[in-house]
Ligand binder design. Structure first.
Ligand code: SF4
Ligand code: SF4
Length: 379
């Protein structure tokens, strides 16, 4: 397996386009993945109504460059995603505008997806999901190209190629998946199932400016300066995780992929083409607050005994909360009540999916790790 890794210092359009062309060449060339005349969905990360400089979404210059390359090659392009929350046209119009996708589409002659229907696909190879409810936009295209953003993630530690495909699940259906699979390993297996079933032909990651700390939406933009590309989301995620200083065993989607034989648990089953990985590593990249860390040296009985006190939880800052209800409406098990226009959580029923943190437009939700967990994870 090959993963292209190339440096790209900023969002200068010509430079980004040239680096993406080279990235695709590094892994076999565009002909290997796309036929002339294909309709291609560019599955960007459009998590929320955010501006490009907030680094929560795939940058519009990046999307525009991929779209332009494909259209000049002879393909047709649709840009889309299904963010969390209600999947409706007015909301998508706002998100496309704010994230710069409207401009990217206008500049290239691409379409923006407004097909808001759902469909069910069979997934006989699935471990958790044998039938998957997905957005019908996948039926409007011949191929999918995945365009993830390199970010930290409160639930999954890291979000990249595998996790980005959760955006193929229609808005509010995502909540059902969280309730069905509260365990992070099961949830990671479900993400892998979605990846297998949707069969993207190519993954090209915007790692030019990523997000550190409280990702995937409330963290801080951080220059990483790389573009990665691969046919394999699993190997791309291994390379990207290493670049932001994570151990592979901190990323549940990688460990579950390895258990399923989709990649190995080490870095020895793929070749990196382009830059040296060690030259791209950001040593002080801030991890998300719920990073599971390496607790291998703590005896299992102690972990079991203390597990209730080890769980991180969402905490609400009422001084920045504007009472928009987004968290309460999208809490999968519906354990957030609005009291005097402020959210209150029944922590005994909270499944720690951190959708509230992900979807809060005000960054009013943070993830708090209990003191005991901090001490143990530091060991
Ligand atoms: S989503 Fe954020 S701003 Fe809106 S009610 Fe919840 S905490 Fe407050
Ligand atoms: S309160 Fe937040 S973390 Fe807890 S279940 Fe609801 S959305 Fe998930």
């Amino acid at each position: 397996m090959k993963v292209s890794l190339l440096k790209c210092e900023d969002y200068n359009y010509e430079k980004v386009r040239e680096t993406i062309v080279k990235s695709i060449e590094n892994i076999g060339g565009i002909d290997k993945y796309i036929n002339k005349g294909d309709r291609v969905l560019l599955k960007a990360n459009l998590i929320l109504k955010k501006r490009p400089e907030e680094a929560a979404t795939t940058n519009p210059i990046f999307v525009r460059a991929v779209a332009d390359i494909l259209i000049k090659y002879g393909a047709k392009v649709v840009i889309g995603d299904s963010p969390g929350g209600v999947f409706k046209e007015s909301r998508m119009r706002n998100i496309y505008k704010s994230t710069g996708m409207t401009e990217a589409a206008n500049n290239t002659g691409s379409q923006l997806n407004y097909n808001l229907k759902s469909t069910i696909i069979d997934n006989p190879e699935g471990k958790i999901l044998r039938k998957i409810v997905v957005t019908d936009m996948i039926n409007d295209v011949d191929k999918i190209i995945n365009l993830p953003k390199l970010k930290t993630h409160g639930l999954a530690t890291y979000t990249g190629a595998v996790k980005n495909l959760f955006g193929l699940i229609p808005g509010t259906t995502k909540a059902e998946y969280h309730v069905r699979m509260p365990d992070i390993n099961d949830f990671s297996d479900a993400l892998i199932d979605i990846c297998i079933a949707s069969k993207p032909v190519l993954h090209i990651m915007d790692g030019i400016i990523g997000m550190e700390g409280a990702g995937p939406s409330a963290g801080d933009p951080r220059k990483i300066g790389v573009i990665l590309a691969s046919q394999s989301p699993y190997h791309l995620d291994k390379a990207a995780s290493k670049i932001i200083g994570l151990n592979l065993d901190e990323v549940p989607t990688i460990m579950q992929s390895a258990k399923r034989g989709l990649c190995s648990e080490d870095m020895n089953d793929f070749d990196i083409i382009g830059s040296e990985l060690k030259d791209c590593v950001i040593k002080d990249f801030k991890k998300p607050p719920v990073s599971r860390g390496n607790i291998g040296i703590v005896p299992k009985p102690i972990i079991r005994f203390a597990s209730k006190n080890l769980k991180s939880k969402p905490v609400f800052d009422y001084s920045t909360c504007v009472g928009c209800r987004e968290c309460a409406e999208n809490c999968p098990p519906k354990v957030i009540k609005m009291v005097n226009n402020k959210p209150e959580v029944d922590y005994s029923k909270c499944i720690r999916c951190f959708c509230c943190q992900e979807l809060c437009p005000q960054k009013a939700v943070s993830i708090k790790q209990p003191l005991l967990a901090k001490l143990i994870f530091r060991l």
